[in-house]
Design a protein around this ligand. Structure first.
Ligand code: HEC
Length: 245
């Protein structure tokens, strides 16, 4: 009888330890305690437009192995109202399976959606030496990420590179925003390309998800890969949330 209640107590204590140890929520800047069991990295930078990200995604400083898109270690960038100020984030206890340190966008499962800055940890990195990175000024906003990963990364501007190009649509880096947000569609003028607040009334969203009979080229086929499928969702959220620059 006594043994049973003792083992029950041990079980409860073990569960408590596991529960409190598995807190997966955003990790806030804590006082830095030196350690010798892993690398330490101090990452500095000014991170613009972080607040344009909608719920479900965070901009983090994170460590990744070369085998998985899930962060081994991550820390949410400090307060969003500091967007114009340089901030410093410390990651400690970085294991040696970590190959890159990144400024990345991750989803709520810590899965990498986009890399905005990447540093490869040198093979001869000594654990006792702190890695110090200065990222400088970086636009980590939702539109900047869509522009980088999709309009440029998916090479949309291969066909849409000037106001006189295909569908009179210019998706080159500097012109993409002003060519789509609040601009009437060329193929279906009853739609806007992007109508802030409504993905369902935005022709861009229709073209990349279901396609449209007036657009001959099969755009949804560009999004079959799971990484890009995620961006269909991100573009939808971006539009529904006001399509901020
Ligand atoms: C291989 C060429 C090609 C590529 C690459 C391409 N498109 Fe298109 N796109 C077209 C064609 C063709 C049309 C329809 C034009 C027409 O029928 O006159 C079109 C039309 C569009 C329209 C409708 C524009 C309007 O105002 O009606 C949008 C939005 C669009 N594309 C977005 C994209 C995006 C975003 C990408 C990258 C993910 C992309 N396109 C990549 C060929 C391309």
């Amino acid at each position: 009888m006594r043994i049973t209640s003792l083992s029950a107590l041990i079980t409860i204590m073990f569960c408590l330890a596991v529960l409190t140890g598995c807190d997966d929520g955003p990790i806030h800047e804590k006082e830095y305690v030196p350690t010798t069991t892993g690398y330490t990295a101090v990452v500095k930078g000014t991170f613009k437009k972080q607040s344009t990200w909608t719920s479900g995604y965070s901009v983090v400083v994170a460590g990744f192995s070369d085998k998985s898109d899930y962060a081994i270690i991550q820390k949410t960038l400090a307060a969003k109202n500091n967007e114009d100020t340089e901030i410093s984030t410390t990651l400690s206890n970085i294991s040696d399976t970590t190959k890159t340190l990144e400024i990345a966008v991750v989803n709520s499962l810590r899965k990498r959606v986009a890399t905005l800055f990447s540093y490869e940890i040198p093979a001869n990195q000594q654990i006792k030496d702190t890695i110090r990175l200065n990222v400088g000024e970086l636009n980590v906003g939702m539109f900047a990420t869509i522009n980088k990963e999709i309009f440029q990364g998916k090479n949309c501007s291969r066909c849409h590179a000037s106001p006189t190009a295909t569908a009179h649509l210019d998706l080159t880096s500097d012109n993409a925003y002003k060519s789509i947000v609040g601009v009437e569609s060329y193929k279906k003028p009853e739609y806007m390309r992007v109508k802030p607040g409504s993905a369902d009334s935005s022709f861009l969203y229709k073209v990349i998800t279901t396609g449209d009979e007036r657009v001959a080229y099969n755009h949804p086929a560009l999004f079959v890969d799971s990484k890009y499928a995620t961006f269909q969702t991100i573009i939808k959220k971006w539009i529904n949330d006001g399509a901020k620059e």
